[in-house]
Design a binder for this molecule. Structure first.
Ligand code: CUA
Length: 189
């Protein structure tokens, strides 16, 4: 006697049970992902917009904080160090940035044309420079030395040639230079 073939209704029941099981698993995965997104969003644990501060990209070079004479590194009377930088196709201004080691440094940057990437060598200084917005973050460079600063966001045909240098100076050397000059950079003159 040949083995009895299972009734087609059994297949349907098995398939339905499997479908229901997988639907529940998928729903649980989605619920967990949504919960993670809500959690990191509320706690600013994911990469947040550093601050939503706008600036007019069209008048950047003419007036305001990002005119060329105001770019580079400045130390305020309170000792706070601020670096202002503008990205454009295909360079950064200034092309060589001076920062102190072991002191908090606040970067303020924007773009005059398209989105550019901003990253300092092997450090955690990493953001995007977006036309119309000011990207700002504060970081501390632990060691003195030279770092490369390549654009890491594709911005056009000259993208791979777009990079700058960062010179991390020992704090005392930096402070001496910052007291002597209003705006610091290491662009050769
Ligand atoms: Cu600027 Cu890529």
């Amino acid at each position: 006697m040949p083995p009895t073939a299972p009734h087609s209704g059994d297949f349907e029941a098995v398939a339905e049970a499997a479908e229901r099981r997988w639907a529940i698993i998928v729903a649980v995965i989605i619920a967990v992902l949504v919960a993670i997104m809500i959690f990191v969003g509320l706690h600013w644990a994911s990469m947040p917009p550093s601050r939503v501060e706008t600036v007019d990209a069209k008048t950047l070079h003419i007036k305001g904080e990002f005119v060329e004479s105001n770019l580079g590194t400045a130390m305020g009377a309170d000792g706070k160090v601020t670096v202002r930088v503008v990205a454009q196709q295909y360079s950064f201004v200034p092309q060589c940035i001076v920062v102190p080691a072991g002191m908090p440094v606040t970067f303020r940057g924007t773009s005059s044309d398209v989105i550019h990437g901003f990253i300092v060598g092997t450090t955690n200084a990493n953001t995007m420079l977006i036309p119309g917005f000011v990207s700002t973050f504060t970081t501390t460079f632990p060691h003195a030395g030279e770092q490369l600063m390549p654009c890491h966001e594709y911005c056009g045909t000259g993208h791979e040639a777009m990079w700058a240098h960062v010179q991390v100076l020992p704090a005392d050397e930096f402070i001496a230079r910052a007291r002597a000059e209003e705006r610091l950079s290491c662009v050769p003159r």
